[in-house]
Design a protein around this ligand. Structure first.
Ligand SMILES: [Fe+2]
Length: 143
């Protein structure tokens, strides 16, 4: 954000939402990160969103459900039969986009390592071409 003051993101909100965006992960089954819930890992975004909505944090909830991959479109949810609610989960606000993008450079299993752009992009390949296009756009916008 300091590199691009023209972006005019809400810094306080970005800090809060960045801290909260993975809050739903404990409800999923991901033993490599000590999560022993019952649902697939891909669900952690909307699960966190549900938690935050219940607490009255609707804007933060949107960051949760829109940060997986480079966002997930309704079409992808339907076409790939993903275990997600049937709605677009694409980052919209600049804050949602920033957090989704920044998240791609970090892993829960290698906490001290920051991925290179190439590594982050490679991790997104499984989500398809549209996600890669969004990632490439964010590289031009945010780096
Ligand atoms: Fe996440």
């Amino acid at each position: 954000m300091d590199l691009h003051p023209e972006i005019q993101a809400d810094r306080k909100f970005v800090e809060e939402a960045a801290l909260l965006h993975d809050i739903g992960v404990y409800k999923t089954y991901a033993p490599e990160i000590a999560c022993f819930g019952s649902l697939p890992y891909i669900c952690h975004g909307y699960l966190g969103a549900d938690l935050l909505r219940e607490e009255g944090y609707g804007r933060h909830a949107l960051v949760c459900e829109r940060h997986t991959g480079a966002g997930i479109s309704l079409r992808d949810i339907v076409d790939k039969e993903l275990p997600l609610p049937r709605r677009d989960m694409l980052p919209v606000s600049i804050e949602e986009q920033l957090i989704c993008f920044a998240d791609k450079f970090f892993s829960k299993t290698e906490l001290l390592k920051e991925r290179s752009v190439a590594e982050a992009r490679h991790k997104l390949e499984r989500f398809g071409a549209e996600g890669l296009e969004r990632f490439d756009f964010w590289c031009k916008s945010f780096l």
